[in-house]
Ligand binder design. Structure first.
Ligand code: FAD
Length: 493
């Protein structure tokens, strides 16, 4: 009887325990392997939804674009290995039942997902399959350690990152990643599936994905070469360069991780190997793995707090007096706040589907603390525009900046967009790349064009309020307003 391998956010052939188990069983018994991907958007998205009573998170626009490219490549790889990828859409339990009835499959294998709705749905499906005598089994391909296995000394879950990572990184011994199976035996009659092009994952009109196409090549092959190139040298300077949006100092692996085109265990082993081979890279590698540890931490948090995407972990923030300001929100989304580093970040996001981590923190602080808009608004916009949108990372990081999450930055730490720009984009190259209308401003003024002498602006061809917006608010005053509100919150007024 054939074995179904149900792909979800593990779109790779190497280090894929479900696929490895299927290939092994196939070699032992001669069973065929049917690789399957189900588009679940009608039921709330493959990326995961929140539990009943909270909002749903269907795939965002940028993710849909990435998914198309990723499935195209996975399809090519599966076909090359012998068994084509089958595409179906609908409620996954029903899709699986139909496929089992058609093919006589006796076994369904998958790698676990860790979003609350995904976990709940998978548990129900597994139970249903087992009740009908189908061998249904799941594996871990997405995390270094299963969330339920990591406990602090008193038996609870970690709420603070540093002890979490100290514990995990010192006790961890993740299995070595497996290679892609040499061959996959196809069923004698191939079940009929959808055509990827008919899923409408790509934007039509307007075609906003040109910048994404220029910036990214989805898929497992690209993921592995990104990692290899990064570990080959750039990682050595990671500890300092990672905060510089004007340089390519980070790995850019996040979208590949979000879709499981690469797994953290592959990163872990490759990085450890590189550190052993080249001790001069070791400090950079430690810093890099620590960030991979943050990814892990956010997943563990989401596991223990399933409404993390919707509600502040710190319940004091539940009734916070957020403002309602559609014009301010729109200026932020479009990169037209008049604060160059904020605008550069938001435009990088729109153009490329990605934003540098330092700038994510700056723009998030601006939305939450300067504009006093709810962090959930920013979370939603990021969800739709990021190619690496990931329920746990997005929610955990927004809550972190807002000061209402686990181990969060304190609310009273308000980023100053001018000082942040001057510190982390000192020559203004990052701003110039994404805000070309300021391109000819000297570095001294590029992070605060409103302060530049009229003559400087004229020479640079900048007409404030016309070619580039004046600041939509005064940062100093906005900061005072935020701090006053925070004080009320703390005092429980
Ligand atoms: P590198 O610096 O090369 O780091 C390697 C890997 O470590 C990353 O790919 C990522 O998996 C992990 N990592 C790095 N920084 C963080 C972090 N702060 N938190 C958790 N994991 C981290 N990341 C997402 O993957 N998806 C999101 O939806 C997302 N939303 C965010 C929202 C906000 C408001 C903020 C401040 C950060 C968010 N991040 C998110 C985290 C971080 O910005 C990105 O993971 C990082 O910029 C990706 O670039 P990179 O792969 O070059 O990172």
């Amino acid at each position: 009887a054939p074995i179904i391998v149900w792909f979800r956010t593990d779109l790779r052939l190497a280090d894929n325990p479900a696929l490895t188990a299927a290939a092994q069983a196939s070699a032992d018994t001669g069973a065929a392997v049917i690789p399957l991907y189900i588009l679940e958007e009608e039921t709330g998205g493959t990326a995961g939804t929140s539990p009943a009573g909270t909002s749903t998170w269907p795939l965002g626009g940028a993710q849909r674009w990435w998914l198309h490219g990723s499935l195209e490549r996975l399809g090519t790889c599966c076909a090359r290995h012998g068994s084509p990828l089958l595409l179906r859409r609908g409620e996954p339990g029903a899709v699986l039942d139909a496929l089992i009835a058609e093919t006589g499959a006796g076994c369904v294998l998958w790698n676990r997902r860790y979003t609350p709705a995904g976990t709940a749905r998978d548990a129900a499906i597994k139970q249903g399959l087992k009740a009908r005598g189908i061998d249904a089994r799941s594996f871990n391909a997405a995390l270094l350690a299963e969330p339920w296995t990591v406990r602090n000394k008193s038996g609870g879950s970690f709420k603070v990152f540093t002890p979490f990572w100290r514990h995990v990184s010192s006790t961890l011994n993740p299995p070595l990643p497996t290679r892609a199976p040499a061959t996959l035996k196809a069923p004698q009659t191939a079940p009929a599936g959808d055509r990827l092009a008919d899923w409408g994952l790509l934007p039509t009109r307007p075609d906003w994905a040109a910048g994404l196409r220029r910036r990214w090549v989805p898929g497992e092959t690209a993921a592995l070469s990104h990692l290899a190139e990064f570990l080959d040298g750039p990682v050595g300077a990671y500890a300092t360069e990672r905060d510089r949006p004007d340089r390519a100092g980070t790995s850019a692996l996040s979208p590949y991780l979000a879709f499981g085109e690469i797994g953290p265990r592959q990163i872990w082993h490759a990085a450890r190997h590189a550190a052993d081979a080249r001790p001069e890279l070791a400090a950079g590698i430690e810093a890099f793995l620590r960030e991979v540890g943050w990814r892990e931490f956010q997943y563990h948090l989401l596991h223990h707090a399933p409404d993390l995407p919707d509600r502040p972990l710190d319940s004091r923030f539940t009734g916070f007096a957020w403002r309602d300001d559609p014009a301010g929100l729109r200026a932020w989304q479009r990169g037209r706040t008049g604060y160059p580093i904020v605008d550069a970040g938001m435009r990088q996001l729109w153009e490329t589907g990605w934003m540098h981590n330092r700038v994510r923190m700056i723009v998030a602080s601006f939305l939450i603390k300067d504009l006093l808009l709810p962090w959930q608004e920013g979370e939603r916009w990021f969800w739709d525009t990021l190619v690496d949108a990931d329920l746990a990372q997005n929610a955990g990081n927004w809550q972190w900046v807002a000061g209402c999450g686990a181990d969060a930055a304190p609310f009273f730490r308000v980023f100053n967009p001018v000082l942040q720009g001057e510190k982390f984009d000192p020559a203004g190259d990052y701003v110039r790349r994404y805000v070309p209308e300021l391109g000819r401003l000297p570095a001294r003024w590029i992070h605060q064009p409103w302060a530049a002498p009229a003559e400087v602006l004229r020479q640079a061809g900048v007409r404030l309020g016309d070619s580039y917006p004046r600041p939509i608010l005064d940062h100093g005053a906005a900061r005072e307003r935020a701090l006053a509100l925070y004080k009320e919150l703390k005092e429980g007024v």
